[in-house]
Ligand binder design. Sequence first.
Ligand SMILES: [Zn+2]
Length: 282
Amino acid sequence: MSDKPNPLAGYFRKPELYVQIPTSGAFNPEIEKTVLDEIGILPMTAIDEISMTNPDALLNGEAIVELIKSCVPSIPEPRELCNVDAELLFLAIKLATYGKDISHLHTCSHCKAQAEYNIDINQILDKFPEVKKLEPVEWGDLKIHIQPPKLESVTRLALIDVEQARILNSIQKTAESNTGENNAELEMAKQFAISFRKVSKQNVDLLINSIHKIETPEGDVYEYEHIVEFIDNVPTSVVKDVKNKIDSLDIKTTDLSVFEFVCEECNEADKVNFELNPVNFS
Ligand SMILES: [Zn+2]
């Protein structure tokens, strides 16, 4: 290593664009206020690009966290980002790296004619919702603070999905290779896996992950297990209030990435959904 400054430093990558995130950092006090107005986006390096092709790293969320660390250095803790913010940053990084156009070869579902379509990433970025900080749900002397889903919890949900699918798959394989008395037992195990998945995914995770903290006169509670136990032991009206509050956040980025292609051959339209979250790419 040489002590003298690298004469090539002036040629290192620079921000290609500046963005604001949908939540304006309302749920991330660790991000500096001055950063939030203009978040600089660097293009990917060769190493970034290679790591985005590693399916394991993509799946456990490590790839997107590392990518944001590399390309959005002003974000101190990418893991703490709200998912909606991470999705926007991911698209912005793609734009900074490859330019605004994504080309897509689409096969018409009506006449099977193929054509190349261009999608402008700016169009998707412009459609992102603005997510405001919410007043907490009050119950007695408690204040339940709601947040949009975090990158980490969405990644965890995706992992649970994969895990459950794996369990189901192996149960099915065992069931196929066995005949007779074991079947009832296996069927039960299968049903258990299915119901476990539904319950864990819909009820618990979504709700709990949307609770940022519970403010009590004695202090704030952040612990996941404590909040799970709390939700299990309060009247249903409280849970409903929390659910309504979460619904009022209304963050639906799935609609943002739906594009309609009108076929030049038969004039029929097809809707195509582009996955925004790289966790779901694999
Ligand atoms: Zn067609």
